[in-house]
Design a protein around this ligand. Structure first.
Ligand code: SIN
Length: 501
């Protein structure tokens, strides 16, 4: 569905370049790639398809900037992040416009994302002066202790996804800068403009040249990823994306033993017990966990398990709400859900629905493309009668398709929920305190929402277990991923053993 893109208040925030060593640059080869509006297919603009030698210049800039940046105080880095935060907040409308334009996300979701991104910058501005170590008394007795302190890890390569073009940039860049690291960020090929605007705002805030570099690539993505994961000057790689790509990057990074954070795919179970406090609350939680960003989030409820006694009523109320969604171009008034990012994503949704229907699922609503709106639109879908042999059980759909599975006992649903190679998030709705404690404890995931479908919060450690990866973002733990511990043993008098040698 055509939509009218509102003009940017500050048109200079639409930047068709890459940000290297404090300057926006084009590709020396002249290679560029187009960036499309997923709602209309129209080309928004072009960005440089940087080659590995050009990305090397960004690594070199970061490596050169690191020594003086690491010598700054946490307090001054906090002030720098605060100035970046101010820039982000005062340009929130334009950032939301860029997000909707290039990712397709509905306007309200885009605004919420800007606040979410800002919350990470604010959080890590507050953490920067509090990167503490500890003093440990040595085992050999008085006069000797170990000072364990946290140092910035060095140059960080950060690879971000298209589904949160601002928040994932902020969630990685803010802790890196707070810790005193220099950064080369590779933005997603589908959504480079939001990252470029954030780089421009960081520059306006006074982030020194070379400390933050943002490289763009689409055709050259694989080569750039190889370089970032193999270059010896890069000491840490943080990646958000698919498990398959995460494994490739990890293998490539093995040669230089980089510190890694991997925030990979999910297949979140959403469990509703018949003792839940209110069915409408459980329905609201499931709608939020499933359909935020049109289902294109790694914490999306992929398998919704509902206990037999309330299954039919839950399905009825859930479907009724889904039918009220308004799908369309993200800028259109009243639109709640935008398009998928691209055609390949729609193909996967279609495949998952067809597979489920062929194996006996029942279609409650949706289940088809919406060509009258455009090539990337898929109707919000509810399927009942889901079973373990269906693709949706084992694969992340990453789209607005909700599959409802019936279960009878707690033991059965825990076994079903854990029958997955990945373990990012899980959700439990129940009014029984003993039960929520037991189930949260038993779920093999990194994050659990109890009686809520929203778990994303800058204060909370975000990350998974199993093949959903490792490392934590946000929270007081997030900073640790950008630091290394150094132990300094301090001695005021040699002990007799050492003197005798
Ligand atoms: C993601 O989908 O990668 C992040 C989701 C979130 O932060 O809520």
């Amino acid at each position: 569905m055509a939509h009218t893109v509102p003009p940017l208040k500050d048109p200079s925030l639409l930047i068709e370049k890459a940000w290297i060593n404090g300057a926006f640059v084009s590709s020396q080869t002249g290679q560029t790639f187009p960036v499309h509006d997923p709602a209309t297919g129209a080309v928004i603009g072009h960005c440089p398809d940087l080659t590995p030698p050009e990305v090397e210049s960004a690594i070199a800039a970061a490596a050169a900037a690191f020594p003086s940046f690491r010598a700054t105080t946490g307090r001054s880095r906090s002030a720098l992040l605060r100035r970046w935060l101010d820039q982000v907040l005062s340009n929130a409308d334009d950032l939301a416009t860029l997000i909707t334009w290039e990712s397709g996300k509905a306007r309200a979701d885009a605004r919420a994302e800007v606040s979410y991104a800002a919350s990470y910058i604010e959080w890590f501005a507050e953490e920067a002066p509090r990167i503490h170590g500890s003093i440990i008394p040595a085992s050999s007795g008085p006069g000797r202790c170990v000072c364990a302190s946290r140092e910035p890890v060095g140059v960080c390569a950060l690879i971000t996804p298209w589904n949160f073009p601002a928040a994932m940039v902020a969630r990685k860049v803010a802790p890196a800068l707070a810790a005193g690291c220099a950064v080369v960020l590779k933005s997603a090929g589908e959504t480079p403009f939001t990252a470029n605007a954030l780089a421009e705002l960081a520059g306006r805030a006074g982030v020194p040249a070379g400390v933050l570099n943002v490289v763009t690539a689409l055709g050259n993505t694989v080569a750039v990823g190889r370089l970032l994961s193999m270059d010896r000057r890069v000491k840490k790689l943080s990646f958000t994306g698919s498990t398959a790509v995460g494994k490739i990057l990890m293998a490539q990074a093995a040669g230089t033993l980089k510190k890694l954070s991997m925030e990979l795919g999910g297949n979140s179970p959403f469990i509703v017990f018949d003792d839940c406090k209110g069915l409408d609350d459980a329905v609201a939680g499931a709608l939020a966990a499933k359909f935020r960003g049109s289902g294109q989030t790694c914490v999306a409820a992929n398998r919704i398990f509902v206990q037999e006694g309330i299954y039919d009523e839950f399905a009825r109320r859930f479907t009724e709400k889904v039918e009220k969604f308004r799908v369309g171009g993200g800028f259109n008034e009243g639109v709640t859900h935008g398009p998928a990012i691209h055609e390949r994503a729609v193909e996967k949704m279609e495949q998952h629905v067809c597979d489920a229907l062929a194996k006996g699922a029942k279609l409650m609503t949706g289940g088809k493309r919406l060509p009258e709106l455009g090539g990337n639109f898929f109707a919000p879908t509810v399927l009942t009668g889901m079973t373990r042999d269906m693709l949706i059980f084992s694969e992340e759909t990453f789209g607005p398709v909700a599959g409802l599975f019936a279960f009878s006992t707690e033991r059965e649903v825990i076994e079903l929920a854990n029958d997955s190679e990945v373990g990012l998030a899980g959700y439990v709705f129940s009014g029984d305190v003993d039960r929520v404690y037991r189930v949260a404890d038993a779920l093999e995931v990194g994050m659990v929402g109890i009686n809520t479908g929203i778990i994303s919060d800058a204060v909370s450690p975000f990350g998974g277990v199993k093949e959903s990866g490792f490392g934590r973002e946000g929270s007081k733990y997030g900073i640790e991923d950008y630091t290394v511990l150094k132990a300094v043993t301090l001695c005021t008098k040699l002990d007799s053993d050492e003197r005798g040698r």
